[in-house]
Write a protein that binds this ligand. Structure first.
Ligand SMILES: [Zn+2]
Length: 55
């Protein structure tokens, strides 16, 4: 059985995950940056925000 609260937390964490289009590494962004482009901490490439309708 999945706790609805836990499911919500996991969904939030997954939503904050982004995959760099260049080096393909995943990283977690800050909640305040979820609608902004962030820099990949590995290679410095700009990663655009994840579109809500996908995933
Ligand atoms: Zn990268």
């Amino acid at each position: 059985m999945i706790n609805p609260f836990l499911a919500a937390v996991m969904g939030t964490v997954l939503h904050l995950k982004r995959k760099c289009p260049k080096c393909k590494r995943e990283q977690v962004t800050k909640p305040g940056e979820k609608n902004k482009a962030v820099k990949c901490k590995h290679c410095g490439t700009r990663i655009p925000p994840v579109v809500n309708s996908e995933q």
